[in-house]
Design a protein around this ligand. Structure first.
Ligand SMILES: NC(=O)c1ccc[n+]([C@@H]2O[C@H](COP(=O)([O-])OP(=O)(O)OC[C@H]3O[C@@H](n4cnc5c(N)ncnc54)[C@H](OP(=O)(O)O)[C@@H]3O)[C@@H](O)[C@H]2O)c1
Length: 361
């Protein structure tokens, strides 16, 4: 490819925005040319606007330090500078819905990390290894919006990434009932221990809206495209509890599953480690080579050992064993701000580019 696509990041100064900036440093297809945030940051250099809020382990990339932050709300002005945008702004759901549609209507594709459009019937919500065919609804969305190249695509919530890929890999055994408890990192709330000292040595048994997302979003991912919209699947039914734990990065899930077709442990492990999707076939730049790894040790997956598996884009599974009430139980782990947020969105954008939905303006 000769020229990189020009990318803007909406909400560039926040936790997820910073993750986009880090992941896109030296990206072979995309170049961050525009950073946008609230009017509080607009007009400052990116370095000044972020100030002491830089939360990544790696230094702020030189290429973005001197970019002047634009105001997210100046849609036409921001859109004129880019081929497409990633959205990671923190506004009310209604405001996000509206502003993402405004960007799409300027013929600027929006790949969003936000939940606002996850249930808009003609907006695809995609994990590229699982349901890349859902991007087909973009054609009917463009008709609704009256656009030729502008659209919105979203990725699902971070909590489901530790078990939805696993259940997908086991589809042939027909899982029909699932109980999951997620143990979620504080970066999922845009926080570090410095900003949230109450979380040190603590557990909080509530994350607003998270249980509903964790139960329902996988069914939409497993749904079918029918008449230009996504019709969610009805099985497996999932019940979930979401708990905030004193971990910086990494959502762990403890999961129980009932299957119609009873598998052996060997069959389940084989299905996990052989599971591949379109990103692996196309060798997309951010695709993990091994999407799901299985760890035999009784004390794995562990956050400190395994969260960065495949640069945070892979899922680690362990503790697969028979259960006395359900058929099988296991523990899954994924990186919530990489696979679960910015990395998942970058992989969506790579898939969209490979399928011809995103090109230079
Ligand atoms: N953290 C995660 O793991 C995660 C995972 C999935 C989804 N999400 C979702 O992603 C979004 C961003 O999360 P985050 O953790 O990155 O939040 P964050 O750290 O609070 O960052 C919020 C960003 O939005 C901007 N912003 C805030 N109010 C605004 C306004 N009124 N107008 C325009 N821009 C505004 C901020 O700009 P200023 O710096 O100028 O204030 C900042 O760039 C949220 O909707 C969150 O629910 C987060």
């Amino acid at each position: 490819m000769s020229e990189k696509l020009r990318v803007g990041i909406l909400g560039a100064t926040g936790m997820v925005g910073q993750r986009f900036i880090s992941l896109l440093e030296n990206h072979p297809w995309f170049e961050v040319v525009t950073v946008a945030a609230s009017p509080r940051s607009a007009g400052k250099t990116y370095e000044e606007a972020v100030g002491g809020r830089w939360k990544m382990d790696t230094p702020m990339p030189e290429a973005v330090k001197k970019l002047i932050v634009m105001n997210v709300n100046e849609v036409e002005k921001v859109a004129a500078t880019v081929d497409f945008v990633f959205s990671a702004v923190d506004m009310s759901k209604e405001e996000i819905k509206k502003i993402e549609e405004e960007y799409a209507k300027t013929e600027t594709p929006v790949v969003s990390n936000n939940s606002a459009h996850r249930w808009t019937p003609d907006v695809p919500m995609v994990v590229p290894e699982i349901n890349p065919e859902h991007f087909d609804v973009i054609e009917s969305q463009k008709k609704r919006l009256g656009t030729t190249r502008g659209f919105i695509a979203v990725k699902p919530n971070c909590s489901i990434q530790s078990y939805a890929p696993v259940l997908t890999a086991w589809k042939e055994f027909e899982p029909y009932e699932v109980v999951a408890t997620t143990y979620q990192a504080i970066s999922g709330a845009g926080k570090t221990f410095k900003d949230w000292p109450e979380m040190v040595g603590n557990i909080i048994p509530y994350i607003g809206g998270e249980e509903e997302k964790s139960e329902k979003e996988p069914l939409r991912i497993w749904g079918k495209v029918e008449d230009g919209v996504i019709k969610p699947a009805t099985e497996p039914v999932i019940t979930c509890q979401c708990i905030r734990v004193p971990v910086l990065n990494g959502h762990t899930a403890a999961v129980f599953v009932k299957f119609r077709k009873k598998p052996t442990k060997e069959q389940l492990i084989k299905a996990l480690v052989e599971f591949k999707g379109l990103p692996q076939e196309l060798e997309l730049p951010s695709a993990p080579k091994q999407f799901i790894q299985y760890l035999e040790e009784d004390n794995r997956p562990q956050v400190t050992e395994d969260v960065n598996f495949e640069h945070g884009m892979g899922v680690s599974v362990g503790r697969l064993r028979e259960d006395t009430v359900y058929d099988w139980k296991f523990v899954g782990l994924s990186h919530n701000t990489v696979r679960g947020a910015a990395g998942g969105a970058v992989l969506c954008a790579e898939t969209l580019k490979a399928k011809g939905y995103i090109q230079a303006k």
